[in-house]
Design a protein around this ligand. Structure first.
Ligand code: GTP
Length: 356
């Protein structure tokens, strides 16, 4: 079951299931930028739905889906220990399997060294015991990445979401918004992807269908849209403001500068905001995802990650690389396109799904 950590009970000032068009007036001091559109105009074309199903996930079904999703990553790892002898061949095969899973050289070496030490110290003789020792080491490695997402710290809690093109930012925002709504939170979205008109329209149509207010502008300045959204979120007493941004590569330096500007401008809209600066990464990209974490963290000082598309990838080991090289907390992981396919990251569950 999806859960958030709530610091204090939050009574939303604006019920999430209120009328689609927000009834609250505009901010007392209107933002400098003009042409703010809230909710789509009737002429907005139909867009692809962001989410497919909206049922809560019982824990058991999440574990079995996580296992299925990670099966390509786990395939080479779990078979290693079946009837294996504890010798150099086993360690060589384990090294190859971890590298193939994109755990990276650092984490692979760390796990191998630690495992060899443990086997010697505890005089482990059978494969099952060695596998159990590896599980414990992996859980210890990944646990620092696990952090519950805390609601109710600020009103509004302002989140900025970044990532490369197609990483899953917009769908993740949709999923998070629905999960937050089901936890009694009122959510406002800023369509900061002003680069792709279709992305803005998609978010607006989705917002209208799901009673989530979307702040958008035709003018195309993502920093201005973000500022307006924060102002509006404050004026309306919203619980959460999520700012979507256009996809970009870390090598596109001017676009990385633009991201920094968006972050600065959000801070002008509300002191201390954004309270969460998240990077969405596609788990399928393996070691490249690690490079993205480093680059976006250097530019934005990330507070958390969302790792999508872990379903069907053989590169799920990248979490170990992140833990070892740039341990930015992983708030959520995604294993599919449905709302229940995005869940908080729990190190023990992840390792259980990998090593069984
Ligand atoms: N299999 C799978 N697909 C996913 C997951 N998360 C998102 N997707 C799909 O990935 C595709 C891209 O998602 P978007 O949310 O549009 O990505 P984006 O980062 O907003 O893309 P840009 O706006 O182009 O930068 C969509 O088809 C999503 O349905 C996941 O966990 N698993």
């Amino acid at each position: 079951m999806f859960s958030f950590f709530k610091k204090k009970p939050v009574v939303p000032e604006v019920p999430p299931a209120a009328a689609p068009a927000p009834a609250a007036p505009a901010p007392a001091a209107p933002p400098a930028t003009a042409a703010v559109a809230e909710q789509p105009a009737a002429s907005v074309p139909a867009a692809e739905p962001l989410l497919a199903v909206e049922e809560p996930a019982p824990r058991k079904s999440w574990m079995s889906r996580l296992k299925a999703g990670l099966s390509k990553t786990s395939a080479n790892l779990s078979i290693l220990f079946v009837g294996a002898k504890i010798d150099d061949d086993l360690y060589d095969e384990l090294e190859a399997a971890l590298l193939m899973a994109d755990a990276g050289v650092e984490a692979t070496q760390y796990l191998l060294d630690a495992l060899k030490r443990k086997v010697k110290e505890d005089k482990l003789l059978d494969a099952a015991a060695v596998k159990a020792a590896l599980k414990t080491l992996m859980i210890d490695l990944l646990t620092p990445l696990q952090r519950p997402f805390e609601l109710g710290r600020h009103q509004p809690l302002v989140m900025m979401i970044s990532g490369v093109n197609g990483a899953g930012k917009t769908t993740t925002i949709g999923k998070l918004a629905k999960h937050m709504q089901s936890h009694g939170q009122s959510v406002l979205l800023a369509a900061g992807d002003t680069f792709r008109a279709a992305a803005r329209e998609q978010l607006m149509v989705w917002g209208q269908r799901n009673n989530v207010t979307v702040i958008s502008q035709a003018s195309g300045d993502p920093a201005a849209v973000s500022f307006d959204a924060v102002q509006s979120g404050k004026a309306r007493g919203m619980d959460v403001v999520m700012v979507d941004t256009a996809g970009r590569l870390p090598t596109q330096l001017h676009l990385m500068e633009e991201l920094k500007k968006i972050k600065r401008v959000i801070g002008k809209g509300m002191e201390g905001a954004p309270h969460e600066t998240l990077l969405v990464i596609d788990g399928n990209t393996g070691q490249n995802a690690l490079a993205q974490v480093k680059a976006f963290d250097d530019a934005l000082q990330l507070t958390g990650l969302v790792i999508t598309k872990l379903d069907g990838t053989a590169k799920g080991g990248v979490l170990a690389a992140i833990a070892r090289v740039r341990p930015v907390p992983v708030y959520f992981i995604g294993i599919g396109e449905k709302i229940e396919d995005l869940q908080p990251f729990v190190a023990a569950d992840f390792v259980e799904a990998l090593l069984g």
